[in-house]
Design a binder for this molecule. Structure first.
Ligand SMILES: C[S@@+](CC[C@H](N)C(=O)[O-])C[C@H]1O[C@@H](n2cnc3c(N)ncnc32)[C@H](O)[C@@H]1O
Length: 194
């Protein structure tokens, strides 16, 4: 798995990131248009800021969250209570039953996963039919420019928007409308499991 550099870890755990996450979670909730009492999965939850926001803003019936990095899950454990089913797990082998979530949310995780297409297939597997996948990722172009240049990323886990669209379709996820935009990310939107 591609590990975060020290600089990226510092940024991911910064107040600036937490401030942006508030906006992202609000956007995901708006895009997902979920029925009341949804079950939600926070994929690659990092230190748990997004999970806490999901709890506060959406009040889901069930919230599960996982991250590959045990040290991030430990930070999340300190932030969250036992309303969240929190685990160390790999996005390419999720420890959940088929068809178990109404929504999967993820920000900035897939571009760390060398086999990111497998992670998308896992999202499709754990979503219920009609379930919603809300995502926010940087394209190769974005990763090679601006502030991202100080954050080294493994080439094998980078993708462009057309590759992302194709992987969604191959996994049985239909993109709803056009892609959205968020401040850090240029591959953002929602896709529905067929
Ligand atoms: C850039 S951080 C984003 C964290 C958080 N989602 C956020 O928005 O701030 C990427 C996260 O993905 C996690 N990650 C990387 N590979 C993973 C994998 N295969 N499965 C699950 N999480 C993974 C990292 O440990 C890290 O917490």
């Amino acid at each position: 798995m591609a590990e975060m550099s020290a600089v990226e870890r510092w940024l991911v755990n910064s107040l600036f990131r937490a401030w942006l996450q508030r906006r992202e979670v609000r956007a995901f909730i708006r895009w997902a248009e979920l029925s009341p009492d949804p079950s939600v999965l926070d994929m690659g939850c990092g230190r748990g800021v997004s999970s806490k926001l999901i709890l506060e803003q959406l009040r889901p019936k069930r919230l599960a969250a996982f991250d590959f990095d045990p040290s991030m899950v430990e930070l999340a454990r300190r932030r969250l209570d036992d309303r969240v089913d929190l685990r160390v797990a790999d996005a390419t082998k999720m420890p959940y039953e088929d068809d178990s979530f109404d929504a999967v949310f993820e920000s900035g995780v897939a571009h760390h996963v060398p086999d990111w297409q497998a992670a998308i297939r896992e999202v499709a597997r754990v979503l219920k039919p009609g379930g919603r996948f809300c995502f926010a990722e940087p394209s190769i172009g974005r990763l090679r420019g601006g502030m991202y240049r100080i954050l080294p990323h493994a080439v094998e886990s980078m993708f462009e928007v057309d590759e992302w669209r194709a992987a969604l379709a191959d996994a049985g996820l239909t993109l709803d409308g056009t892609m959205q935009r968020l401040p850090l990310w240029d591959i953002c939107g929602v896709a529905t499991k067929r």
